[in-house]
Design a protein around this ligand. Structure first.
Ligand SMILES: Nc1ncnc2c1ncn2[C@@H]1O[C@H](COP(=O)(O)OP(=O)(O)OP(=O)(O)O)[C@@H](O)[C@H]1O
Ligand SMILES: O=P(O)(O)OC[C@H]1O[C@](O)(CO)[C@@H](O)[C@@H]1O
Ligand SMILES: [Mg+2]
Length: 322
């Protein structure tokens, strides 16, 4: 009798550690007796029936690779009712009994739609933003933070030599987690995030002037992408304080590079769990890390959860960066 097939895809923005998750899905799937297929370029590839056979050796030596060997994409076509039906039909044609979707919240909405169209899906949070409310952690976050920290350390060197203020914009479309963690790790004088309302005079200018009074001569301001405006902010700081200022937008450098140990391990655990859920006949679930344990939630329940920003950590950052 032919084996049941499951498939795995990566979708939305790539994240370091996605390969470790793919590897875990492939190896756990084969271990459970499934035939495992990879789908290239997320939902876009699913619509094109771009499936590849995965065997144990197809995922050799990918743990340390950044990016995703399955490639990724964003697909508007998939989001239509016809697109979902077409994608479900392609899965059925290929004998696919379940799909593991590695991506962010948008990808999970796609996984829910595909599950409702008859193809059981399990989501794994893979995004550098750490913006999935149900999970304390998303694959890629640790690597991205460490990259950002390394970059800000370098910017600090030149900022210090010139007695300047450096405004550094880090990624995070609606989420300030990368900014907060990077800001703390680099001793930023001010950190601006979309979750906390701010006043430029009080939260940036006054802090710079106060710390200058007690001897500080160079300054780092970390701004989350979701706040934006870092170039204008640098100009404003220079105008208001007389301190020469520069803006740097770190951008996609944060999405690349070899994943950290944490990303490799969490991705591996989540990949294993996703296959376990499919093998148990589960559908429309998201794997998450909660209080140090790998758990799972219904996708709708997960998507309806509210993200909680760590305001305590934010207050600590403000207190100790004076
Ligand atoms: N409401 C939806 N219904 C069906 N599919 C969706 C929906 N929203 C998004 N998708 C699909 O998921 C893909 C990825 O979504 P999106 O671009 O929001 O990225 P993401 O998974 O949230 O990752 P990230 O935000 O980290 O880049 C979309 O291109 C689309 O194909
Ligand atoms: O790949 P793109 O379209 O440039 O997406 C950038 C977005 O993706 C992320 O890197 C991850 O969601 C965000 O931080 C950023 O806003
Ligand atoms: Mg998203």
């Amino acid at each position: 009798m032919a084996k049941d097939a499951i498939a795995v895809l990566t979708s939305g923005g790539d994240a370091p550690g996605m390969n470790a998750a793919v590897r875990a899905v492939v190896r756990s799937g084969i271990n459970k007796g499934f035939n495992v297929l990879g789908i290239k370029r997320g939902y876009r590839g699913l619509l094109k029936k771009d499936f590849v056979e995965m065997d144990l050796r197809s995922v050799t030596n990918i743990l340390s690779l950044g990016g995703t060997i399955l490639y990724t994409a964003r697909s508007k076509e998939f989001q239509t009712p016809e697109g979902i039906q077409h994608a479900a039909q392609n899965c059925m044609d290929m004998g696919v009994k379940g799909v593991v979707v590695i991506g962010g919240d948008g990808s999970f909405m796609g996984a829910r739609a595909l599950s409702e169209a008859g193809v059981p899906c399990i989501g794994i949070p893979g995004t550098i933003d750490n913006d999935i409310a149900c999970s304390d952690y998303t694959v890629g976050f640790d690597t991205a933070m460490n990259t950002a920290m390394e970059m800000v350390d370098k910017i600090r060197d030149t900022s210090q030599s010139h007695d300047r203020c450096s405004v550094v914009e880090v990624m995070g479309r609606r989420c300030g987690d990368i900014a907060l963690q990077t800001g703390i790790s680099c001793g930023a004088t001010a950190i601006l995030v979309p979750e906390v309302p701010y006043n430029i005079e009080k939260d940036v200018i006054s802090r710079i002037l106060e710390t200058r009074k007690n001897g500080k001569q160079h300054f780092i301001v970390v701004v989350a992408e979701g706040v934006g405006g870092s170039v204008d902010l640098a100009k404003y700081i220079e105008r208001r304080t007389g301190i020469e200022s520069r803006a740097t937008i770190l951008g996609h450098v944060q999405r690349g590079g070899s994943p950290t140990l944490r990303d490799r391990v969490v991705a591996s655990e989540m990949g294993y769990k996703a296959v376990e859920l499919l093998a148990e006949g589960k559908s429309k679930r998201v794997v998450a890390l909660k209080d140090g344990k790998i758990v799972d939630y219904d996708i709708t329940e997960a998507l309806n959860m509210e993200r909680v920003f760590d305001t305590h950590l934010y207050e600590i950052a403000k207190t100790i960066s004076m």
